[in-house]
Write a protein that binds this ligand. Structure first.
Ligand code: UDP
Ligand code: MG
Length: 314
């Protein structure tokens, strides 16, 4: 029986795979619990795929999953979760910015009875303006929207009890919201300070456009947290507001059109155009949210295949 599954997304990390494996293996040796390392190749275009195969061939603890193209970190994690067999699932980045030596800290906290333990990069080694500041802002926003108080929701190093993961559906940038999502399941969530290292090999895959994606996913999440079971409560309320507002505006406009003529009518047409555009804009936002809800209900697993079937216990 596998007890610990360590799931790591890999996208163009050729220089990091062997060192990562070595460090994980060294730590797991000390922990002495049956483990597996699931390396998910998220459609890498460097030498990562062949290196992954070599690592899997060299160590039976390693299993490699390959996504058919680059789907993003959340999808890669979701695929890894699907094949993970452990009672406990640990995630971390494949670029050695997280330290496998912190795994025992997370496990100790889980053993205290928590369901989710999240790492907190207290001394984060990333660029201040383009990474730390947006991340800090995003974190404040996420905390206030989700009500889950964490210092560092973006830290990839986390540990979960399997039941929490099994009920999670990940897509977009949602992996950073797993603790918040697990709130729906009434999970007990803890945070422990962990180490963080600068990236030595390869490049960061993210830039500022991610902040935008994160904010959009946050919007989805706030909807999910509040109205997951009955989206109509939300849309109904907005629809009623729109209806009342629209009726009032129409009434005023008709009254004006009846009383006045000439130029004023032209002005009113302009006014209704403005009104129409505002309403249409709102509709588009709501449509987007409805679409997101549908996505959340559907099956978002992405195509992948397990490259190496060997593994501890097998
Ligand atoms: N990653 C991935 N798919 C992607 C982008 C990133 O699997 O499309 C992986 C990447 O290989 C790394 C982790 O996600 O293991 C975090 O990525 P990165 O280090 O670039 O993010 P940062 O630390 O700069 O936030
Ligand atoms: Mg990184």
């Amino acid at each position: 029986m596998i007890e610990l599954s360590i799931v790591v997304p890999i996208y163009n990390e050729e220089g990091n795979i062997w060192p990562l494996h070595a460090r994980v293996a060294a730590v797991m040796e000390q922990i002495r619990r049956p483990w597996e390392l699931i390396l998910v190749d998220d459609g890498s275009r460097d030498r990562s795929p062949e290196i992954l195969e070599q690592v899997a061939a060299a160590d039976a603890h390693v299993r490699v999953v390959r996504l058919r193209r680059n789907f993003g970190q959340s999808a890669a994690l979701a695929a890894g979760f699907q094949v993970a067999r452990g009672r406990i699932i640990i995630t971390m980045d494949g670029d050695l910015q997280n330290d496998p030596a912190d795994i025992p800290l997370l496990l100790r906290k889980l053993d205290e009875g928590y369901d989710v333990v999240s790492g907190w990069r207290r001394h984060r080694k990333d660029k201040l303006i383009i990474r730390k500041v947006p991340s800090w802002l995003a974190n404040r926003l996420i905390c206030s929207v989700t009500g889950v108080k964490l210092h560092d929701t973006g830290c990839a190093l986390k540990a979960y009890r399997r039941e929490i993961i099994d009920r999670m559906r990940l897509y977009g940038e949602l992996h950073r919201f797993i603790p918040a999502l697990s709130r729906i399941e009434e999970a007990r969530i803890a945070e422990v300070p962990v180490r963080h290292h600068p990236r030595v090999s390869g490049k960061s895959k993210y830039n500022m456009t991610r902040t935008y994606k994160v904010i959009m996913d946050l919007l989805t999440l706030s909807l999910l947290l509040k109205y997951e079971r009955n989206p109509l409560h939300f849309f109904g309320r907005v629809a009623v507001l729109c209806g009342v507002g629209g009726a009032a505006a129409a009434g005023v406009m008709i009254a004006k059109l009846v009383r006045e003529s000439g130029d004023a009518a032209g002005l009113n047409i302009l006014a209704s155009l403005v009104f129409l555009l505002f309403a249409a804009g709102m509709q588009f936002i709501l449509l987007g949210l409805v679409g997101k809800l549908i996505v959340a209900l559907g099956d978002r697993s992405v195509p992948f295949r397990v490259v190496s079937r060997r593994g501890a216990g097998a």
